[in-house]
Design a protein around this ligand. Structure first.
Ligand code: 1CP
Length: 367
C-alpha cells in the first residue's frame, strides 16, 4: 500500500539495532558506525547512476533515491542508512527555485535579499504537501532495506537553511545571512519561525514514512559564534526537538532518536547536550575527552574522524580510529566522520574505517 496515507505500512523487522541502541544510550557489544554523505560522489557506482541526471530531479525520483541510499551498504558493513536527498528541498518546497550548477554547487535563482521578499514564500502547510516525494523515497527504501539496518531521515536546521536562502548558495563567511541577523533581527526570527514550522512537520512525516532516526544538520553553526548561535540558532533547534517528539506522540507514531550536528559549533556543545536531542554530533576539531566533559558524560556522541584521514595509509588510519574509539569510549558512542565524506575520498578508506571501528570496539569491550 505504498503512498496511501490511510494505510500504515508494515515494515520488515529490524535485524541490526546497534545504532538505535547506542543512540538511546543503551549498552552495545560494539560501536556502530555510519558516514555522513555515505551516498555520494566518492563511489563510482554513484557517479554512474547520477551521470547526466539533474540533481534535484534525482531527489524527486524515489526509485533513484532508494538505489543511491543502498549503494554504500552493498560495499561496507555500515550500521545505518541515510536517505539520499538534500537539505535544500525544504526551501524549494517553500517556493524558492534552485538548480545545481556544476563547479559552483546548489544555487537559488532569487535569493531573499530583503525582508519584503519573505512574502514570496509559500506557507509551511503548502511546503508540507510539496515534500511527498521524500516520504515516498523513505517508504520504498525502508521496504527495500528489508530490516538490514535502521534508516535515518534528516533536515537542515533553520539557521543553515536561512543561510542558503539569503546567500543564494554556498559561502565562506555567510555575511549576507548574518547581515540579516544584525540589520533585521525581527524579520530574521520570522523567517526562522517559518523554517522551524516547516521542518517540524517534515520530520514527523518522515517518521510516518519509515525514518527510524532523525538528524538535524546545522552545517553553518561556526560562522555565528556563541552569542548569535544562542540567540538565533539554538532556540530553533530546541523547538524542533520538542515539537517533533510531541508531534510523533500526537500522531501515535513511535518516538525516534534525534541527532543534532552543529559543524564547528564546539562552543555550543554544552547547550546542545541539553537541547532535547539523544545524540550530539562532533566535528574533528574537538578532542573526544573535551566533548564528553562539555556534554556531561551522559549523552551519546557521534563523530568525529577527520574526513581527510581516509587518505592515510591503512595502518595510519587504523591507529587514528583506535585512538578515537579509545577516547570516546565504546558506550554511548556512534562512530562517524567529523563532516561529510569528500568526493575524492578513496572508497577503500571508508571500508578500513568501518571495519576498524567494529574490530577495535569489540576488542575493547572484551577487556
Ligand atoms: O551531484 C551531486 O551528487 C551533488 C553532490 C550532493 C550530494 C551527494 C549534494 C549537493 N547533496 C548531496 C546529498 C546529500 N546532501 C545528502 C545525502 C545523504 C547522505 O549520504 O548523507 C545529505 C545528508 C545532504 C545534506 C546537505 N546538503 C548538507 C548538510 C551536510 C553538510 O555537508 O554539511 C548541506 C550543507 C547541503 C547543501 C549542499 N547540497 C549539495 C552541496 C554541494 C551542498 C553544499 C553547498 C555549499 O555550502 O557550498
Amino acid at each position: 500500500q505504498h503512498g496511501n496515507p490511510d494505510v500504515p505500512d508494515v515494515f520488515p523487522a529490524l535485524k541490526n539495532d546497534t545504532f538505535l541502541r547506542a543512540a538511546r544510550g543503551e549498552a552495545t557489544s560494539y560501536v556502530p558506525v555510519w558516514c555522513m554523505r555515505q551516498a555520494g560522489r566518492y563511489l563510482p557506482e554513484f557517479r554512474m547512476k547520477r551521470a547526466g541526471q539533474d540533481f534535484f530531479e534525482t531527489c524527486r525520483n524515489p526509485a533513484a533515491c532508494c538505489e543511491l541510499t543502498l549503494q554504500p551498504l552493498r560495499r561496507f558493513d555500515l550500521d545505518a542508512a541515510i536517505i539520499f536527498s538534500d537539505i535544500l528541498v525544504v526551501p524549494q518546497a517553500l517556493g524558492m527555485d534552485a538548480e545545481m550548477i556544476p563547479g559552483k554547487g546548489p544555487t537559488f535563482k532569487q535569493p531573499l535579499e530583503e525582508p519584503s521578499h519573505l512574502q514570496r514564500l509559500l506557507s509551511p502547510h503548502a511546503a508540507r504537501s510539496a515534500l511527498f516525494y521524500v516520504h515516498d523515497a523513505l517508504r520504498l527504501t525502508r521496504h527495500q532495506l528489508d530490516g538490514l539496518v535502521p534508516l535515518i531521515g534528516f533536515a537542515g536546521a533553520p539557521w543553515t537553511l536561512m543561510c542558503y536562502m539569503v546567500e543564494g548558495g554556498g559561502s565562506t563567511t555567510m555575511s549576507r545571512a548574518k547581515r540579516w541577523l544584525y540589520q533585521y533581527p525581527e524579520e530574521s526570527h520570522n523567517l526562522l519561525k517559518i523554517l522551524t514550522d516547516t521542518v517540524v512537520e517534515y520530520l514527523v512525516d518522515q517518521v510516518s514514512a519509515g525514518a527510524q532516526a532523525l538528524q538535524l544538520f546545522e552545517s553553518h553553526a561556526g560562522c555565528l559564534g556563541p552569542s548569535l548561535f544562542m540567540e538565533f540558532a539554538l532556540p530553533c533547534l530546541k523547538d524542533v526537538a520538542r515539537r517533533v517528539q510531541n508531534g510523533l506522540r500526537q500522531a501515535d507514531l513511535p518516538a525516534v532518536p534525534m541527532i543534532v550536528f552543529a559543524k564547528d559549533g564546539h562552543f555550543s556543545l554544552q547547550e546542545l547536550s541539553q537541547a532535547g536531542y539523544d545524540v550530539v554530533g562532533v566535528d574533528w576539531t574537538v578532542r573526544p575527552e573535551l566533548a564528553r566533559e562539555l556534554t556531561g558524560g551522559k549523552i551519546t556522541l557521534q563523530g568525529n574522524l577527520d574526513p581527510c584521514a581516509l587518505y592515510a595509509p591503512k595502518e595510519v588510519l587504523e591507529k587514528k580510529v583506535n585512538k578515537m574509539v579509545s577516547e570516546f569510549g565504546t558506550q554511548r558512542y556512534i562512530a562517524n566522520l567529523g563532516h561529510g565524506i569528500y568526493p575524492d575520498a578513496p572508497p577503500e578508506g571508508l571500508g578500513t574505517f568501518v571495519d576498524a571501528v567494529h574490530a577495535i570496539s569489540r576488542s575493547l569491550n572484551a577487556c
